[in-house]
Design a protein around this ligand. Structure first.
Ligand SMILES: Cc1cc2nc3c(=O)[nH]c(=O)nc-3n(C[C@H](O)[C@H](O)[C@H](O)COP(=O)(O)O)c2cc1C
Length: 196
């Protein structure tokens, strides 16, 4: 019995050691771990993400908070390199290397009168961050690429989007090559209390 307990204790210690010395590509554990260990990934192995992983990312995106709960987000998943090339004037090398991109789009109008939704960009930013964090949490690499306000008309045309659906960000998702690391951005001088 004592020997069994010792063996179990050794196994627990070894598994703890294995998880504490994880490389950057491994899935972290807690929400704070995920946030603090996320970084932009621009180098990929070329192995594609699975449909199940994609659904996890899209579900995380749609779980974002939403101004007036309009949920103006729409998504286009692109894995066709020719479509990727057509989406940007700046070259789609990173996107093609990742294999798949999620284009986060926003519906700019709302209600029966098609009033402007002034919060569609804020909502799409929340969606984008949710997807980046979810990617990290399941061991995938991803990076926020701006479409709006730079080349969104070209992306909109390449994807055949309706007039009031604007591509906000393009998120390549894939298996990272493991060359990158989180940056330490903590700066207490940027924090003010009560008044500037
Ligand atoms: C609004 C926004 C737009 C961005 N656009 C791009 C982009 O077009 N291309 C790119 O490579 N990275 C882009 N990034 C990623 C930033 O370069 C990156 O977040 C920043 O350098 C900090 O590095 P980190 O994400 O590893 O912490 C963008 C990030 C944000 C928040």
């Amino acid at each position: 019995m004592k020997r069994l307990f010792t063996l179990a204790a050794c196994a627990a210690i070894l598994s703890g050691l294995a998880s504490s010395c994880c490389n950057n590509a491994e899935a972290p554990k807690s929400a704070i771990d995920v946030i603090m260990s996320r970084y932009s990934v621009r180098s990929y192995t070329g192995e594609k993400v699975s449909e199940e992983q994609l659904e996890t990312l899209l579900r995380a995106g749609m779980a974002a908070p939403s101004g007036m709960n309009q949920q103006p987000w729409r998504f286009v998943v692109v894995d066709d390199p020719a479509v990727m090339d057509a989406m940007t004037p700046w070259g789609a090398d990173t996107w093609k290397a990742a294999g798949t991109v999620i284009v986060v789009c926003g519906k700019t109008t709302m209600g029966e009168k098609n009033d402007e939704n002034p919060l569609w960009q804020a909502d799409c930013a929340a969606v984008t961050e949710n997807i980046l964090l979810a990617a990290k949490a399941i061991g995938l690499g991803a990076v926020w690429n701006a479409s709006y306000p730079f080349f969104h008309p070209q992306t909109q045309a390449a994807l055949g989007l309706p007039e009031d659906i604007i591509p906000f960000s393009v998120i390549p998702v894939g298996i990272e090559n493991g060359a990158e690391e989180p940056k330490d951005k903590w700066d207490p001088e940027k924090i003010h209390k009560n008044r500037w």
